[in-house]
Design a protein. Structure first.
Length: 237
């Protein structure tokens, strides 16, 4: 579905992402793990079009490297940023409606999608008339995910969905991500919680200093001694 070919991103003289190559198959969950400052968020911003990059980004057979963010969203690429970027002075249901803006002329479809989001996140149904700014951190992440799903994404990109959340909420969020994957939603998951990411994904890439240093099936990476020692807190011995 999406392939990055020699993608590089620079901030002035600083090369934040260096000749990265990876691919995402339709219906699969791919994760990119790595330490803080590895270039993970920069890579996502390049894929969605928020940052200029060199190299090719091939999506459904077309090179979209030079297309605008709006055009990528209309083609079904949706990013849930780590900052979540909710409209905090608007109620939950209105935030969700904005997520379905691309399909606004299909009222029945938008209602159907909202019902699905509420089924997936019952807490959002309970708080549908509440201001987004009054939600807890976990509820805000649920709303950010729900809003993204309202756009019927063909490729859903998640940037650090567990960031700042309590462990019990992290488990809940990853259960939902796993469920979406089992339903065939194609996802690119960028995450510092390497264990949760690899347990959820089909395939993984390890990014260090802007470069891919390991890749493989997630089930293999989670057992790799080097990956375990560096990212999972276990001794390679």
């Amino acid at each position: 579905m999406l392939e990055a070919k020699n993608v590089s991103v620079s901030y002035g003289k600083l090369m934040a992402v260096k000749d990265v190559n990876f691919a995402i198959e339709e219906g699969k969950v791919v994760t990119v793990i790595g330490p803080n400052g590895a270039g993970k968020t920069t890579l996502l911003k390049a894929l969605i079009g928020q940052l200029q990059c060199s190299g090719d980004i091939v999506y459904s057979g077309d090179n979209i490297a030079n297309t605008e963010v709006e055009a990528r969203v209309e083609r079904g690429i949706v990013l849930v940023p780590e900052t979540r970027e909710l409209f905090t002075d608007m109620i939950v249901s209105d935030n969700l409606l904005l997520g379905g803006y691309v399909h606004r002329r299909k009222a029945a479809q938008v209602k159907e999608d909202m019902d699905k989001v509420y089924d997936l996140f019952p807490r959002l149904r309970e708080r549908r008339m509440q201001l987004a700014g009054t939600l807890s951190g976990g509820e805000r992440q649920m709303l950010a995910l729900g809003r993204a799903l309202m756009g019927r994404p063909k490729l859903l990109m998640l940037d650090e969905p567990s960031l700042g959340l309590a462990p019990i909420i992290v488990r809940e969020i990853f259960k939902i991500i796993t469920r979406l994957g089992s339903e065939g939603v194609t996802m690119l998951l960028v995450e510092q919680n390497a264990r949760a990411a690899l347990e959820t994904a089909d395939y993984g890439y390890v990014l260090e200093s802007g470069e891919v240093v390991h890749q493989g099936r997630a089930s293999d990476l989670i057992r790799d001694p080097k990956v375990m020692a560096t990212y999972l807190g276990k001794s390679a011995g």
